[in-house]
Write a protein that binds this ligand. Structure first.
Ligand code: GSH
Length: 296
């Protein structure tokens, strides 16, 4: 597979000096009135094109913001591994890790699953040696085992922890969920290949988006892929978020134009705190991806 077309995403230095906040528990979360940039996020420069900001969906007026830990680097000691603590290893900007992170948030497991952020650009050696030999994020340390693969983790978190179910009981919806999950890699590949191509947005990418538009219209009991919010939305939203930003800013292509279901999906998913807590600065995501893909 062409590494540009489907990037091994994201090594990046997300370790600004200000990221000194220690891991805090759910109970230590603070109430704020307006969305505030988390300490690990990189500030949008004043020169940021205003249209990037325009594409960022409105955040809810008031929510509780989780204080997140600084990413661990090659200089960091490992956490006390296999001490009974459940840990979700992430990189904050990684869309795959974001899936497991949203699932953890949506099920209300902030006190049960501790986030451990890894700096992929300056990865601690112990992560590969002692935690996850695949050396990727996300991974989940639970019951003396470490598991990986984001879609498997979303399902694992859903099945093995308390909280609202991420799958409906309806067999037709369950079957559709599997079809949609099987298609996530193809969707991501089509969209990424369009970003790196010198041509306009490819027919393949347009078809992939149209397929999502159609899928979103299948069940009419809500704006999400299975009607109500589910693990299918969790699988797609980190990528839809990025492609909206990237295609708009790199290709001047609005993925929601002529796609009312997708427009509504984006509006509604941005009302879900479990997701908005995980969003990164769009300007940072754009610049980071352009750099990785070698786009001027
Ligand atoms: N198929 C994996 C992909 C995970 C993945 O590629 N994560 C990236 C970060 S976004 C990573 O850890 N890259 C590090 C590397 O490949 O060395 C999943 O769904 O969890």
């Amino acid at each position: 597979m062409n590494s540009l077309a489907f990037p091994r995403c994201c090594p990046s230095p997300l370790t600004p000096a200000s990221t000194s906040a220690p891991v805090t528990s759910h109970s230590a979360r603070i109430k704020i009135r307006r969305p505030r940039r988390a300490s690990h996020r990189i500030a949008v420069p004043k020169s940021a094109p205003s249209r990037i900001v325009a594409m960022a969906a409105a955040a809810p007026a008031s929510f509780v913001k989780e204080v997140l830990p600084s990413p661990l680097t090659s200089a960091s000691e490992p956490p006390p591994l296999f001490d009974g603590t459940t840990r979700l290893y992430v990189a904050y900007h990684c869309p795959f890790a974001q899936r497991a992170w949203i699932a953890r948030n949506y099920k209300g497991l902030q006190d049960k699953i501790k986030i451990v952020a890894i700096d992929l650009a300056d990865r601690p050696a112990w992560y590969k040696e002692k935690v996850y030999p695949e050396n990727k994020v996300p991974s989940l340390e639970h019951n003396n085992q470490v598991k990986g693969e984001s879609l498997d983790l979303v399902k694992y978190i859903d099945s093995n922890f308390e909280g609202p179910s991420l799958l409906p009981d309806d067999p037709a919806k369950k079957q559709f969920a599997e079809e949609l999950l099987a298609y996530t890699d193809a969707f991501n590949k089509a969209s990424y290949s369009s970003i790196v191509s010198k041509e306009d947005v490819s027919e393949e990418a347009v078809a992939a988006l149209d397929k999502k538009e159609e899928a979103l219209g299948k069940f009419n009991d809500g704006p999400f892929f299975l009607g109500q919010f589910s693990l299918v939305d969790i699988a797609y939203v980190p990528f839809i978020e990025r492609f909206q930003i990237f295609l708009f800013n790199i290709k001047n292509f609005d993925i929601t134009k002529g796609r009312p279901n997708l427009q509504k999906f984006i509006e509604e998913v941005n009302k879900i705190d479990a997701y908005t807590q995980t969003k990164q600065d769009p300007q940072f995501l754009l610049e980071h991806t352009k750099k990785r893909l070698g786009i001027a």
